[in-house]
Design a protein around this ligand. Structure first.
Ligand code: PLP
Length: 386
């Protein structure tokens, strides 16, 4: 099956990369870094971009800038990559894990309200797989209770809510350019914000505590070095030129695939609120909605048919061994615990395939479902209603 590989590069990456190689500045002070920061921040409809070496430290940086630390609580969805929670723990604060919505896989704003305490300082919202979470409701809660909204937009380059892009709803949005992401330099990250003061402090901390225009050896606050290299910026600038076309292709292919499989009742695809006006389709997320099909066998069959398929995260974040010891608060998360058992995702490169391959992918999914059919009890039957 002709599924494209990822990451992808052509002569454009090589050309920009060579320009860096032939310049006297390979580090974060090369003009490519500032150019990419400005272009990406503008693309996300924000004013400032502060790049960094990955999308884990950008989360830590955002919390540090906000002064969140010892004893403070930050509310997070139970389902995400572990960095969403560890960033909170690493600044000394306490992640409060709450359940996700059943169909969107995203943080449930109703449950946020139930998780609030006098120690709550922020909500760390994830746009899981590239589908934006309910930023309007979260924004409302933040205004009511004077909390910060930080968007973990690692999956969400190009994601939109009513025409406005991810990263512009909270005080800051954090992006990852790790190897598998839709925009990648192998490693890399960026905070975007439209708050001038936040931007100045974030840039300073990420750059050894320097202040704009100050002497190289003059440090005004406790900082560190999170800088992106010029080589990463060169690759990102080239990748960025292809992003809009790739989002369009993935969107069209995701729609086609779902249409081809609309009669397969055993699979339910991630749903998104109607306000989502663009989804970059970092992941095509689905769940097995009947006990008749074993999720792991389904994924194995698909992978054997050359369609890459991941059987979701093996744990909710709080089920990782680290949170047996690390301070945290866990609210009941029956939906998240069901999703780690019954859900799966296809990586975005599947959706970059040509249309004829999408027909083959649909057929492989159909076969993987039908060869596993047994009974027909709902896999969600054990879910505790809210
Ligand atoms: C939701 C989420 N947040 C944060 C990160 C961390 O990004 P990075 O791998 O660039 O450190 C990831 C990485 O995959 C992620 O998926």
């Amino acid at each position: 099956m002709n599924i494209p590989s990822w990451p992808q590069a052509d002569e454009r990456e090589a050309e920009l990369f060579r320009m860096v190689l032939e310049s006297p500045q390979w580090g974060g002070f090369h003009p490519f870094v500032a150019e990419f920061e400005q272009s990406f921040a503008a693309y996300q409809h924000t004013v400032h971009g502060i790049s960094a070496c990955n999308g884990t430290v950008t989360l830590e940086l955002a919390l540090t800038v906000l002064g969140i630390g010892s004893g403070d609580e930050v509310i997070v969805p139970a389902i995400s990559f572990i960095s969403t929670a560890t960033a909170i723990s690493r600044v000394g604060a306490i992640p409060v894990f709450i359940d996700i919505e059943a169909e969107s896989f995203n943080i449930d704003p109703q449950r946020v309200r139930k998780a609030l305490s006098p120690k709550t300082k922020a909500i760390m919202a994830v746009h899981f797989g590239g589908a934006m979470c309910r930023v309007d409701h979260l924004d409302q809660v933040c205004r009511e209770y004077n909390l910060f909204l930080v968007e973990d937009a690692a999956h969400a380059a190009g994601a939109e809510w009513s025409g406005k892009r991810a990263g512009g709803f909270g005080i800051a949005g954090s992006f990852s350019f790790q190897n598998g992401k839709v925009l990648t330099s192998g490693e890399g990250g960026m905070l975007v914000t439209s708050d001038n003061d936040f931007a100045e402090r974030a840039r300073s901390i990420a750059n050894c505590g320097r202040s704009p225009g100050s002497d190289f050896y003059h440090h005004v606050r406790l900082g560190t070095n999170f800088r992106l290299t010029a080589f990463q910026a060169a690759v990102l600038l080239a990748q960025f030129e292809r992003l809009p076309e790739q989002i369009a292709r993935r969107t069209a292919n995701a729609q086609l695939l779902k249409r081809l499989l609309s009669d397969v009742e055993e699979i339910r695809w991630q749903e998104q609120p109607r306000e989502v006006s663009q989804n970059p389709q970092y992941l095509l997320i689905g769940r097995i909605a009947a006990n008749s099909v074993q999720r792991d066998e389904f994924c194995d069959r698909l992978t054997a048919a050359s369609v890459p398929c991941t059987p979701f995260y093996p744990h909710t974040m709080y089920q990782n061994p680290l949170y047996r010891d690390a301070a945290c608060r866990i609210l009941p998360c029956p939906i998240a615990e069901a999703r780690i058992r019954n859900s799966f995702w296809l990586p975005h490169r599947v959706l970059l395939a040509q249309e004829d391959t999408i027909y083959q992918v649909a057929e492989a999914i159909r076969v993987a479902v039908s060869s596993g059919r047994r009974g027909s009890v709902s896999a969600d039957a054990a879910l505790i209603p809210r």
